[in-house]
Design a protein around this ligand. Structure first.
Ligand code: HEC
Length: 133
C-alpha cells in the first residue's frame, strides 16, 4: 500500500509538472487526494466544462457560458458581460495562485451551474484540465 501510494504520488507529480502547476494548485490537489481522490480525469472535466445544464435561474448554462472553450482567451460573464480574464496559466500568470480564491469560485460556480457544490473528484478533474490549458 505504501508503495502504491508513493507510485500514485509520483505519477500525479509527473502529470502536474508537465502542466502549469502553481503552489496553490499543488496544495489543493494534495487536499483532494487526502479526501480520497486517487486519480484525475481531465477528459471528463473537458466534457463537463461545456456540458449544458439548467442553472439556478432556469437558463441553460455551463462553465463555458462565462469562461468560453478557448481558455487562452478571455471570457465574459453571461449576464453582466464583464470580462473574465483567460483561464490558461500560459497567458495569465495570476491563475490558480490562491487556494482560497480557487475554492471560493469552485463553490460559487458549481452552485451556479450545477445547483450543487462540486465534489473533490470533480474539482481535482477540473483543476488538472485547467492547468493543462
Ligand atoms: C456565471 C459566470 C461563470 C460561470 C458559469 C463559471 N464561472 Fe468560473 N469564474 C467566474 C468569475 C467571475 C470568476 C472570478 C474572476 C476571475 O477569476 O477572473 C471565476 C473564477 C473561477 C475559478 C478561479 C480561478 C483562479 O484563478 O483562482 C475557477 C477554478 C472557476 N471559475 C471554475 C469554474 C468552473 C469549473 C465552472 C463550471 C462548473 C465555472 N467556473 C463556471 C465566472 C463563472
Amino acid at each position: 500500500m505504501k508503495r502504491l501510494n508513493a507510485l500514485l504520488l509520483l505519477l500525479s507529480l509527473t502529470v502536474v509538472a508537465t502542466a502549469q502547476a502553481t503552489p496553490a494548485s499543488d496544495a489543493l490537489l494534495a487536499q483532494y487526494k487526502a479526501a480520497g481522490v486517487s486519480k484525475t480525469d481531465a477528459a471528463k472535466a473537458k466534457s463537463d466544462w461545456s456540458k449544458e445544464v439548467k442553472g439556478d435561474d432556469g437558463e441553460m448554462m455551463s462553465c463555458s457560458s462565462c469562461h468560453g472553450t478557448d481558455l487562452s482567451k478571455s471570457g465574459k460573464h453571461h449576464k453582466t458581460h464583464k470580462v473574465i480574464e483567460a483561464m490558461s496559466t500560459k497567458v495569465n500568470a495570476e491563475r490558480f495562485t490562491d487556494e482560497k480564491k480557487i475554492e471560493k469560485w469552485f463553490k460559487r460556480n458549481c452552485k451556479d451551474v450545477w445547483s450543487r457544490e462540486c465534489t473533490a473528484q470533480e474539482k481535482a478533474d477540473f483543476l488538472t484540465f485547467l492547468l493543462a490549458q
